[in-house]
Design a protein around this ligand. Structure first.
Ligand code: SAM
Length: 279
């Protein structure tokens, strides 16, 4: 198979810049450029898009995104050791790569991006969920991004696409599925990464819907779901009693049974309850 670009293989890049993986930064690198190009293809047509990539590391996915035609990649990487490798990629794709050496939780990428924007990342496991929740809960909808193509530990990916009645169903499923189409599109075994993590991984694609599937106030829904799943084994009338003195009436008004448990309630039911609770 022909290489995706004229840059050195990733193993050589890692050796040259001495990028030994650091656990504290969640570093499990993808070194197979055919695989990173395949992940980039899951992100859809990138040719008219700016792509925000969090945690490019030595740049395997960055190279995949560029070879798949991304108009521009904004790469935000905390580890300064990766900068020379990323600068080499920027030089090979003039005008199409911007690198920020910083913490993705601290920086505001919007000043560096032009719509339409997509996000793609093999996320560091320690901040992956926090970033996802931030991207899913902006004040206004639609969000600044059109789609998220994200690698997670398999267990987190399953929580994002989970359906009512399953153990994985919870806050993440509701937040993701309320305003996005969410699908697992690829599964990867531990040995796809260097070093191999203990668990399997999966790529999830979340596509922002123009409007939420059911009307609800975002803040009320978010708080409601957090409280309901915080005590997921309890009946809703007990788990949500702090929400309103007449919570039983409100549950009934929303078409729910006060004795139901959070994990049985579909998205539509939580949205209906959020509407009855909004003052
Ligand atoms: N994208 C590369 C790949 O697929 O081979 C690396 C993925 S590795 C799982 C996660 C990357 O995120 C590492 O390069 C790590 O240094 C970086 N990282 C960790 N915490 C970060 C943070 N707070 N902000 C930005 N990057 C971070």
């Amino acid at each position: 198979m022909s290489p995706i670009d004229d840059l050195p293989p990733l193993r050589a890049v890692i050796a040259e810049h001495q990028l030994s993986a650091r656990k504290s930064l969640g570093q499990n690198f993808l070194l197979d450029l055919n695989l990173t190009a395949k992940i980039a293809r899951q992100a859809g047509d990138l040719s008219a898009c700016d792509v925000l990539e969090i945690g490019p590391g030595p740049g395997g996915l960055t190279r995949g995104l560029l070879s798949e035609g991304a108009r521009k990649v904004l790469a935000v990487e905390k580890d300064a050791r990766c900068m020379p490798a990323l600068e080499q990629i920027a030089a090979a794709y003039p005008g199409r790569v911007e690198i920020i050496n910083g913490d993705a939780l601290e920086i505001d990428p919007l000043a560096h991006l032009t719509a339409p924007i997509r996000i793609a990342a093999n996320l560091p496991y320690n901040i992956g969920t926090e970033l996802l929740v931030r991207w899913l809960t902006p004040k206004d909808w639609p969000p600044f991004w059109q789609s998220l193509t994200l690698m997670f530990q398999r267990e987190v990916a399953e929580r994002i696409v989970a359906q009512p009645g399953s153990k994985a169903y919870g806050r993440l499923a509701i937040l993701a599925q309320w305003r996005c189409d969410a699908r697992i599109v690829m599964s990867l075994p531990p040995n796809a990464f260097t070093p191999a993590p203990k668990v399997s991984s999966a790529v999830v694609v979340l596509t922002a819907l123009p409007e939420p599937k059911f009307p609800a106030d975002a803040e009320t829904l978010s708080k409601l779901v957090a409280a309901a799943f915080n005590q997921r084994r309890k009946m809703l009338r007990a788990a949500l009693k702090g929400f309103a003195p007449d919570i039983e009436d409100r549950l009934i008004a929303a078409g729910l049974k006060p004795t139901d448990r959070a994990e049985q309630i579909p998205l539509e039911g939580f949205c209906a309850l959020a509407r009855t609770l909004k003052t």
